[in-house]
Design a binder for this molecule. Structure first.
Ligand code: UDP
Length: 317
């Protein structure tokens, strides 16, 4: 297939682009390089630098694309609370421009990076796709609005769409990994301590209603996540919008994650309890039953593999 990957210079987009190339697809990356890196784009892909608003139609029109994989987004919860307008403008606004360009250019399929943040504070665990969506921050709200726009484009314009609701993505794929200027995610931060770039890690709260008091999350390896995108591409059906959660289905606390990082790196990794981070639900664990039964997806890499691969990536320098 000829595929447009938006955000293909970012962490997840670059990993999935490499997997798509490996599966024999043709990949064009569209990325404004606001947070991505030019050298993260796999060698076999063509890079077009610019925004979806400016360039999506120009790139898609008359070029025979079979599908779009839409990763491009602002994705920091804290930043979204401080600058909601930016998140509505970049995430929803640019996605609407992309959908409009797809409609005008006749591109039939889209796989979209949605998020567990669309659910907000869950009422029950594990989270099902049929659970209520009550996002607690503008990041989750903007992603939920895009899911809605996809459903409407499917219903009204016949596009085939799949939204994959990611839980906590971690790990690396050879030279493709997580390189954020401002790092906020737990595993890369802990590994920065092991690499000597940080003195210690702060655990954001130990008074949550969880077994050890720290927050519990569902971590999924970025390679397993990429495999789900390949399956989702095949599952796009004209006129339908499907939603699938994507997690391993088991929860690990912040303390447990730090322990696994200690085992993998052999570093003591000093950790201290700090205040809670605003907006953190106590437990976020996915039910991935729907994607397992409907698409035959199965995660194959555990937390230790995620940490080992992220550590190998961090040590490449
Ligand atoms: N966390 C932490 N210290 C850090 C970074 C994160 O204790 O320096 C916690 C955070 O509160 C959450 C979990 O680790 O409970 C995972 O956070 P992350 O930002 O990686 O992903 P999120 O769950 O917010 O998408």
């Amino acid at each position: 297939m000829r595929l447009l990957v938006t955000g293909g210079a970012g962490y997840i987009g670059s990993v999935v682009s490499d997997q798509l190339l490996g599966a024999g697809h043709e990949v064009v990356v569209l990325d404004d390089l606001s947070t991505g890196h030019r050298d993260a784009v796999p060698a076999g892909a063509r890079l077009v630098v610019g925004t979806l608003r400016d360039l999506a139609f120009e790139v898609l029109d008359g070029a025979g694309f079979d599908a779009v994989l839409h990763f491009a987004a602002k994705s920091l919860v804290g930043e979204s609370v401080e600058r909601p307008g930016l998140y509505w403008d970049k995430n929803l606004g640019e996605s609407l421009a992309l959908l409009d360009a797809m409609r005008r250019a006749g591109v039939p399929r889209i796989v979209f990076s949605s998020t567990a943040a669309t659910y907000g504070e869950p009422e029950s665990s594990p989270i099902l796709e049929t659970d209520p969506t009550r996002p607690t921050n503008p990041y989750g709200a903007s992603k939920l609005a895009i899911d809605t726009a996809l459903a409407e484009h499917a219903r009204l314009h016949g596009i085939g769409g799949v939204s994959l609701r990611y839980f906590n993505v971690a790990g690396a794929h050879g030279p493709f990994g997580e390189r954020h200027t401002t790092e906020t995610h737990l595993i890369p931060i802990v590994l920065q301590v092991a690499a000597g770039h940080r003195e210690k890690v702060f655990m954001y709260g130990d008074d949550y209603p969880t077994p050890d008091g720290t927050c519990v999350r569902d971590y999924i390896h970025v390679i397993d996540l990429g495999v789900a995108h390949l399956l989702a591409l095949e599952a796009c059906e004209p006129g339908s919008h499907k939603i699938f959660n994507l997690g391993n289905g088991s929860g690990f606390s912040v303390r447990e994650v730090i322990d696994v990082c200690r085992q993998v790196t052999g570093h003591p990794i000093p950790a201290e309890v700090g205040p809670r981070r605003a907006g953190d639900p106590a437990v976020l664990v996915a039910s991935s039953e729907r994607i397992r039964s409907e698409l035959g997806w199965k995660p194959e890499r555990d937390l230790r593999a995620m940490v080992a691969d992220a550590w190998a990536f961090a040590r490449r320098g």
